[in-house]
Design a protein around this ligand. Sequence first.
Ligand code: PEP
Ligand code: MG
Length: 783
Amino acid sequence: MTKRPTERLGVTTLEDISTLILQSHDLGETLNNIVSLVAKRMRTEVCSIYLLEDDHQTLCLRASKGLSRKAIGKVSMRIGEGLTGMAAEGRRPVAIQEPQSHPRYRYFKETGEERFHSFLGIPLFDRKNPLGVIAIQTTETRQFSSEEISALSTIAFQVSSIVINARLLDSIRTQEEEKNRFARELEETRRSMAEPVPAAEVGTETALRGTVAYPGVVSGPAHVMGERLGFADILGQEGVEVEEERQRLEGALEKTRIQTLYLEKRVAERLSEDDAAIFHSHLMILEDRSFIDKLHREVDEGHSAPYALEKVLSEYIEAFSRMEDAYLRERAVDMEDIGRRILGNLVGQENHVLQLKQPGILLAREILPSDMAALDHEQILGIVTEAGEQNSHAVIMAKSLGIPAIVGVKGAMKAVKPDARVILDANSGCLYVNPAPHVIEEYSRLEQDCSRELNRLGEYRDLPAQTQDGTRIVLRANVGLVSDIDIALRNGAEGVGLYRTEFPYMARGNFPDRHDQYLLYRKVVEGFEGHPVTIRTLDIGGDKALPYFGHPREDNPFMGWRSVRISLDNRDIFATQIEAILMAGVHGPVKLLFPMISGLEEVRACRALVAEAEETLRKEGIPFAKEIPLGVMIEVPAAVQMAPQLAREVDFFALGTNDLIQYMLAADRNNPLVSKYYNPLHPAILQVLRDVSAVAFSQGKGLCLCGEMASDPLTLVVLVGMGIREFSMPAPFIPRTKAFLSDLSLDLAREAAREVMTMTDSIQVRDYLLKVLKELEQGSRPQ
Ligand code: PEP
Ligand code: MG
């Protein structure tokens, strides 16, 4: 296999780039961040960036770590002048020891650079055009090795794209300021004149930023998901024309019925017929004679249709909320949902989400899991949300669908009009609204590069995952929706390592019964044609709530009543799910997985329920899978400690590192304030993973790692080196993981695992692994 220098810059480098961009507010700050980062990575006293001025002749020092601050913006040279100019002129690296004695050396007294005894300059390019030079210097006399030169060249490649990107942003900002100034002047002129002047067309090009949730570059029209209207938005409008208002009401009801039918169909296709049933009951309410009569009566009395709606809905909602029966109480939520949709139609607010007619970028304040379930995924090229949770389940779904997404984009809903043209750069976390032609041109090139890369990775889909020396690794998919099956198959997943069953529960109005669940699980099992499917029992609580399941308010929901704890306290619900899973096991290899296990008592209680479920099915004469493999998620520190005892009572372990990291390091996985403590490379985490794996291996038990860290090459090297051979991840990561593994030798992975186990801090671990990856990328690492 041929090596490509950018082949595995992948996730880690993308992270670095987006972190830099996100931390910066303008080009100057971006450059300052870059030089500090590079000096640290390359372990040099100086890193400087020189950029070409508009005259295309002069290089000017724009940022430096290590040279005197006074020199920034002052020191400049022509292309060809001095060693820096020589790198730009020759378009190749210049590496020199004792630069002062070089004939082309030129001294700039503002820099104070006489202290430095080695110099390495690499040119920066924008395609073929020179852009500047990145240079490093050291106080020691250092001969830069070929590895160091290629490392800085790789960095220079990234720096070039950051500079291009930052310049684009800067130019947009300048243009915006220009336009605002123009608009202000226009307004002043208008005010100073007696006659009103027609409003001028002022351009709206904008660039917004957010946090990358799933990388990629896409462009298209914006699908703006309507705000959910609240009752507070309904204004009392009296004195309306009765007949007109009646027609308006009828029109809105009819439109809502059609939308509901459409929604029912969509969910039936995406999830299952049973998940769609909730919309059928909505339809019944929309056609209910007494509901319609009440609305008309209010209108006949001279009230506006929105007012009538508010009044009748509140009566219904209040009545339902007071019901003793839990099922009837839940109907209050349905009434609210229906009311919101009728209201949207009354005030002419289109629900773009449900009628995506062409591919585009979805923008929303937030996207609920049930929205994701109902959306037409084929039409969603990218996702942008104002809400900022990176580990939210909507984001997990976007990842499993492989849709580029950024979150936490403040002001997006205000800045983007429906159908506006947008470019989503989910590599650097930027959203360009109504971009200028030069931005469009730049990005169409990038989009082409990205799709070429996807095609290249496509070659790996049907190849088995294995290391360079032929060690077989099993890559399975994490799935949640029925539509994930197709995506998992298209990406070459060998079955499912984690089926999160809570998603189908979230999209419904009530707990599905046994038959509904059986049909759903069967669909997934049959979809994978003989590959194993690990079905995890309900993992609600924490950040995952079911709208219809009364959940108490807890101060520490992640430490509270969640997951298997809820299941064990609701035996009927739990038994129903286990029975459905056993029934689905008749249609293909199924494994049963219990989440959040913290001790043997829970495992035994779960086992007892499995035995009871078997007995029930036997009595009912229903076929079911016998001796289904039972496993536990290792995601609570107590389970780590008890791993040897747990292993004796189960068939396999699933390493749930998403939760394990948060519980081990006491750092909430959704809290940005502590995200720096949430570190998969913490030595405590690596030691625990090694120890748990060793227990599984020594007792001959299965082991699959299904947390997000499975798809990051940086951590994957160590995990493979520890001996883990089975991983489960969002399906779009599978081809690139196969590509990565095919270049990795087992010896190298083992050496990396051995080395990091001797290290005592995560910075050391990260630096070491970055070095290993970089060398691997450049093909310079002996394997
Ligand atoms: C985990 O905790 O690592 C895991 C895979 O489960 P979830 O992300 O659903 O909690
Ligand atoms: Mg978990």
